[in-house]
Design a protein around this ligand. Structure first.
Ligand SMILES: [Zn+2]
Length: 241
């Protein structure tokens, strides 16, 4: 259940979840403040929590602004680069009379055909579609490979474009992977696949869980570090603004 409201000068989103125990607050890349909490949580408790988190919200907002300055939003035009399998590929836009934008990959990088009248958003959408298609192909293949190696088989695998998570695994053994992973080097993608598959056995981040991950991906710390240090740049690449 979602509720949107204004509090102080924040645009506040309240997400109520049946099984969530603690309240959790995040500042979204677009500046919205999101609180996730249990569905029975009282509104005044939530507002008090936001009030108490003011310093955090302000700090996070400043960080996000600095990030936007460092990585300005892409216009989806020739010369911009896009991370793909860990490499920054240049984009070449070929203006056409066709009605649709479409992205392909060749030896020199990414190529987009786009009508002259296309908007940034239409081109960004075509780019997201390209990543999603590539992700569906590549991730399905890696999940199959590691499922067999680990003898852990997900009930379902979906590819999505979550803003904050690289992947998730439900209690029912359904795995969801982020298409943005296609920005990462192959080994880093494999780490996330292994991480989510390991959750089929351990639905937590216990030492036994990390032990299982480590068996299939020794030195996973480096992969984690790569994701952490590149997440801002990747987020900008898929920014919807
Ligand atoms: Zn995890």
């Amino acid at each position: 259940m979602r509720e949107v409201t204004q509090f102080a000068n924040y645009h506040l989103e309240i997400w109520r979840r049946p099984r969530q125990r603690n309240m959790h607050l995040t500042v979204r890349p677009d500046g919205r403040v999101r609180v996730t909490c249990n569905k029975r949580c009282a509104k005044r408790e939530i507002l008090a929590f936001v009030e108490d988190s003011r310093l955090f919200i302000e700090k996070r907002t400043l960080e996000l602004e600095a990030m936007r300055k460092r990585f300005p939003p892409k216009q989806m035009l020739s010369g911009e680069t896009f991370l793909f399998f860990g490499r920054a590929l240049p984009l070449q836009v070929v203006w056409t009379w066709s009605e649709r934008c479409a992205v392909t990959i060749n030896d020199s990088g990414l190529e987009m055909t786009a009508p002259l009248s296309s908007t940034r958003e239409a081109r960004a959408k075509a780019m997201r579609l390209f990543y999603k298609k590539q992700a569906r192909l590549h991730l399905a293949e890696r999940v199959k490979l590691f499922s067999e190696k680990m003898n852990l088989f997900p009930k379902q695998v979906s590819v999505r474009g979550q803003i904050t998570r690289w992947g998730s695994c439900s209690a029912r053994g359904e795995i969801s992977l982020n298409m943005k992973l296609m920005c990462a080097p192959e080994a880093v993608i494999d780490y996330v696949v292994i991480h989510e598959l390991a959750h089929i056995q351990h639905l937590n981040h216990s030492p036994r869980f990390w032990n299982l991950v480590g068996q299939h991906f020794p030195g996973y710390g480096e992969a984690k570090a790569w994701l952490k240090s590149n997440q801002a740049e990747i987020a900008v690449q898929f920014d919807r603004r």
